[in-house]
Design a protein around this ligand. Structure first.
Ligand code: C2E
Ligand code: MG
Ligand code: MG
Length: 424
């Protein structure tokens, strides 16, 4: 909703009576004018694409960010369109939604996954692949039968090598029948499932409790924003706690920066997927990638303290400060669109602001240190707001000096946080 709001404001700012689209460009969220113009695709074309073998699967790894171990891969469909190039799923899957073609394409994805698993198995690479299952496919009467046939056709593939990813929203469409199918898949076939994009639907404790779901995938929007927005972090934290309480695995999606990894480890989530680890890649690149992949050393060194400890909180706050500073400097880059979304500039709504608020009434806290942090933070946010104004108005004089002062304020906060840690 926040993203939709931003797009609306931009449309109004540009003179109303028009639309604007919210998108992530170069890793930065912003509102853009229009999508790159593309020919309207028609349903018939998708059918033709299937017949002419123009679809392919890309694979994105999921890793343990603590140990570097590869947990599995997610299969993601692409269309190698003869004229338009490689198309992502959201450009063509909506066209075939609720048609019989959707079932054909979905079955093609399943079969293709089995074929690929077989190839990898022969190379000695025993991997688990997750496949995204659409709500209609999941409710198709022959769904389980199709899986059974594939397992019989490919006896070398263990059912544990396959995982079904279902959207939280699709489960809610028909909780009873979907729940039954997932249960059967697991109990009779040994195929486990994951709840995808968790947090975006009306997640409920009751649903999680009654579903035969082994894994919960935290939606990428929360992970991406958690270092900036304490509310997003609160969602990530609670999904992790919820998964733990119900003894489910948890995977974070959308890990785009090294800091996301450190933060997730700090929060106690060790399985993740995202562009920082690897973007989705063609099948023939997977083996080489798996051979060379290593976690950045900062990840294995992270989490020396328990997730809720005081030291851990302080370290994450310091990390968040560096990240905030970097995001501001990134927003100021000449190539960053002027409409790009800035990190939170309201001191009270920031991570540090909320933390200070929580500390406010605890008497054992060193008041002098607190006061110094608050002062530096106030200065930080005045400077950042000034920089934002200059950037939006296209004024560049004095920006360098303000950035320098901002760095000093941020470093001061980081040092004060370290003093707090020493006191602990
Ligand atoms: P999903 O299942 O949540 O898959 C993750 C999506 O996030 C993928 O987009 C992936 O490329 C993208 N992604 C990965 N890492 C990052 C990151 O660090 N940052 C950001 N911003 N994005 C990242 P993709 O491949 O475009 O797929 C979009 C959605 O289309 C998927 O979301 C899934 O719901 C659906 N989809 C993909 N393949 C299939 C399929 O074979 N069948 C069905 N039914 N749906 C599919
Ligand atoms: Mg998925
Ligand atoms: Mg997802």
């Amino acid at each position: 909703l926040r993203h939709a709001d931003q797009a609306m404001y931009q449309a109004k700012a540009d003179g109303r009576n028009r639309y604007r689209i919210y998108e992530h460009l170069a890793g930065l969220p912003c509102v853009v004018n229009q999508r790159p113009s593309r020919m309207e695709l028609a349903l018939g074309e998708v059918g033709q694409g299937l017949v002419q073998n123009q679809f392919c699967l890309y694979y994105q790894p999921k890793v343990n960010i603590k140990t570097g171990e590869i947990i599995g891969l997610e299969a993601l469909i692409r269309w190698q369109h003869p004229e338009l190039g490689l198309l992502p799923p959201n450009e063509f899957l909506p066209l075939i939604e609720n048609t019989s073609l959707e079932i054909d394409v979905s079955n093609w994805v399943l079969r293709q996954t089995f074929k690929q698993l077989q190839r990898w198995n022969k190379l000695g690479l025993r991997l688990q692949v997750s496949v995204n299952i659409s709500p209609r496919h999941l409710q198709w009467p022959d769904f389980i039968r199709t899986l059974e046939i594939l397992l019989l056709e490919y006896p070398q593939i263990s059912s544990a090598q396959l995982e079904l990813e279902v959207l939280e929203s699709s489960v809610l469409e028909d909780l009873v029948s979907v729940g039954e199918t997932l249960k059967q898949c697991y109990r009779e076939l040994g195929i486990s499932s994951a709840l995808d994009d968790f947090g975006t639907g009306y997640s409920s404790l009751a649903h999680l409790r009654h579903l035969t779901i082994n894994t919960v995938k935290i939606d990428q929007s929360f992970v991406r924003n958690m270092l900036d927005d304490p509310d997003d972090m609160a969602i990530v934290e609670s999904v992790i706690a919820l998964a733990r309480a119900f003894k489910r695995e948890v995977v974070a999606e959308g890990l785009e920066d090294i800091e996301h990894g450190v933060f997730l480890i700090g929060l106690g989530c060790y399985a993740a997927q995202g562009r920082f680890i690897a973007a989705p890649m063609p099948a023939d690149e997977v083996q080489d990638w798996a051979k060379h992949y290593q976690n950045p050393p900062t990840w294995s060194q992270a989490n020396k303290h328990p997730p809720n400890s005081w030291q851990n909180q302080l370290e994450l706050l310091a990390l968040q400060q560096h990240y905030w500073q970097r995001s501001i400097e990134q927003c100021l880059q000449p190539k960053t669109p002027r409409q790009a979304q800035w990190p939170i500039l309201n001191a009270k709504k920031s991570h540090l602001g909320k933390w200070l608020e929580r500390l406010g009434n605890q008497h054992h806290i060193d008041a002098r240190l607190l006061e110094q942090i608050m002062q530096a933070q106030a200065q930080q946010h005045v400077l950042a707001a000034k920089l934002q104004r200059s950037h939006r108005n296209g004024e560049f004089s004095g920006v360098g000096e303000d950035v320098e002062q901002l760095r000093v304020a941020t470093l001061t906060i980081v040092q004060l946080l370290a003093e707090f840690e020493l006191l602990a």
